[in-house]
Design a binder for this molecule. Sequence first.
Ligand code: HEC
Length: 155
Amino acid sequence: MKKMLMKPVMAVLIGGALFAGIASAHSESTGNAEADFRIAEMKKLGMNMGAIAKVAKGEMSYSDSLNDNAAEIAEIASNMPKLFPEGSGVEASRAKPEIWTETAAFQEDIDNFQAAATQLVAAVKTGDQAMIGAALKETGGTCGGCHKQFRKPKE
Ligand code: HEC
């Protein structure tokens, strides 16, 4: 069944890739540079959180580089208001339109995330596994809070 669909789909994909140029042929671009940047920053958040989670779970031992992970999370947190310029909620983006209408609630989610990220930086600095775990959980909760309200489900 899938095979029958393959040819027209491939033709569209190849046509689209040629039109968009080589640079975007291998990436999953939304067609909007600001949305693409936002998604890339979100992915960085995920990777840094993952690195800290490994230590919190005891799968990896603590090292100083964990401070870099926490610092990058905090840096992206402080830059987060700039990641959502108007007009970047394009079709292929999972940013919900409510981001630009329920601005107070959205700002509150950013504030919560920024506060948690600051705590996370401090907790990671202690090197204490339990404290890192607690701060990580707190931070993860703020990611989830915003996603629940302002991110479209995966298609
Ligand atoms: C203030 C709101 C908000 C906060 C806080 C937030 N996110 Fe997101 N996140 C979003 C939105 C909206 C999207 C959808 C972006 C898009 O598709 O344009 C998203 C997308 C993502 C994605 C999917 C990227 C992809 O591959 O499509 C990941 C992963 C992610 N966020 C991780 C995190 C992590 C980890 C945190 C916390 C450390 C976090 N986010 C905090 C709103 C937020």
